[in-house]
Design a binder for this molecule. Structure first.
Ligand code: RBF
Length: 164
């Protein structure tokens, strides 16, 4: 089966981001990785004409806080069209990995449904640091790029359906 990798996306299928306002909440744990993911997202939003002033970047201590960060953004900045949650959780010796991944996936889902806005899950969940590097601008692309494309596509879908 061919691996799905949105980093090899078809640019003609990505909606314009002109006038779109997007929040990005970035976890500080594994900062080298999360900064690369966030930069990939920002560069992609620029590429699709999202204005720099329409991108709001905030940081939270760790991935567990991504849900609260996304919720705070959508509550206090209602003009945002979507939020991208960026983090990196690396499997360790403890069960923290499972707890954090589960909490973030459920939390961001709930946040999207509560605020009725797209909330994108750009969380790397890898076995080791090298696998994270491979997905943050390495041989498996940059999942931040994919997060930005997902946000633009989901905003477009929402606008299309709401105007019908
Ligand atoms: N946060 C991450 O974003 N990535 C991690 O790999 C990560 N590993 C953690 C491992 C342990 C044992 C603990 C206690 C926390 C970890 N965190 C990690 C931080 C977590 O997301 C959160 O910031 C803290 O638990 C405080 O709520």
């Amino acid at each position: 089966m061919k691996k799905q990798n949105l980093s090899d996306y078809d640019p003609s299928l990505v909606p314009s981001g002109k006038g779109r306002r997007i929040g990005i909440v970035v976890a500080e744990w594994n900062r080298e990785i999360t900064d690369a993911l966030a930069q990939g997202a920002i560069d992609t939003l620029h590429k699709y004409d999202v204005d720099d002033k329409d991108i709001l970047l905030v940081h939270v201590p760790g991935s567990f806080e991504l849900t609260t960060g996304a919720d705070l953004l959508l509550r206090n900045k209602p003009e945002l069209d979507a939020v991208i949650g960026v983090g990196c959780v690396i499997q360790g010796e403890t069960r923290h990995f499972d707890f954090i991944c589960e909490a973030v996936s459920q939390g961001l889902t709930n946040c999207a449904l509560k605020h009725e806005k797209p909330v994108v899950f750009s969380l790397l969940t890898t076995n080791n640091y090298e696998q994270a590097q491979d997905r943050a601008g390495g041989k498996h692309g940059n999942k931040g790029v994919e997060g930005a494309i997902t946000a633009l596509k989901m905003i477009d879908l929402q606008k299309q359906l709401e105007t019908k």
